[in-house]
Design a protein around this ligand. Structure first.
Ligand code: B16
Ligand code: MG
Length: 214
């Protein structure tokens, strides 16, 4: 029986995915690469370095580890600059109500984000108190699609993977959730997230009776 819900951050709770996109697009343009929205889908949920490598592959560009490190730091400095203006009002509609409803049913709730900036975003949104566990990119070795982050969340919650449901907007995140043996609700399009057990267009569209469909 499902008794824990694990939420991704970027794209599920707030649209920080947009800030990642504009920061990567800015960096890509310096290499004359026009990063499209479609190509950006591949960057969702994966680590900062993996995202950079995907972009460089698109432009057939090879750089040393040292140069890549510098670029990743630059992209991150822009991202940090962009997210400083984030306010609690930007949390997607219905997200707080959904988490509150799950908590009232005694579900354990975790946040599982690949982002090393997740703590700052949570602080700006003032939602740390909604979660029994918060796991982020600073606590893991392998990012999504590896299941590590979700398995860590499940162990922090003390709920086995088979009793957890993950809310994810990224293809890599859906793969990670399935690999961890959890149920997965995909937030987005059928085309991108077809492997999830259930797909909803927006996080706030989820209703508790949908748990029976997983
Ligand atoms: P950072 P999520 C992920 O967060 C983003 O979707 C992904 O695009 C980003 O590359 C990754 O975090 C790392 O982020 O550069 O801030 O450490 O969707 O797992 O919440
Ligand atoms: Mg995401």
């Amino acid at each position: 029986m499902i008794r824990a819900a694990i939420f991704d951050l970027d794209g599920v709770i707030i649209d920080t995915a947009h800030y990642h996109y504009i920061a990567w697009k800015r960096l890509a343009s310096e290499f004359n690469i026009n990063l499209t929205i479609e190509q950006n889908e591949r960057l969702k949920g994966v680590s900062r370095m993996r995202s950079l490598e995907i972009i460089l592959e698109l432009g057939h560009i090879q750089l040393s580890e040292e140069e890549k490190e510098k670029l990743a730091v630059r992209k991150n400095s822009w991202f940090i600059e962009y997210i400083e203006s984030i306010r609690p009002e930007e949390i997607f509609p219905g997200v707080i109500a959904l988490i509150t409803a799950l908590r009232e049913k005694h579900f354990k709730i975790a946040l599982a984000s690949s982002s090393k900036n997740a703590q700052r975003v949570i602080e700006l949104l003032k939602i740390a108190n909604l979660f029994d566990a918060i796991v982020d990119g600073t606590m893991i070795t392998h990012t999504k699609p590896d299941p590590e982050i979700f398995l860590l969340a499940s162990s922090r919650l003390g709920v086995p993977p088979g009793d957890c449901v993950v809310f994810e907007d990224a293809e890599a995140g859906v793969e990670a959730a399935l690999a961890s043996g959890m149920k997965c609700v995909g937030v987005g399009s059928e085309e991108q997230l077809g492997k999830a057990h259930k797909i909803i267009a927006k996080t706030g569209n989820f209703e508790l009776n949908m748990l029976n469909e997983l």
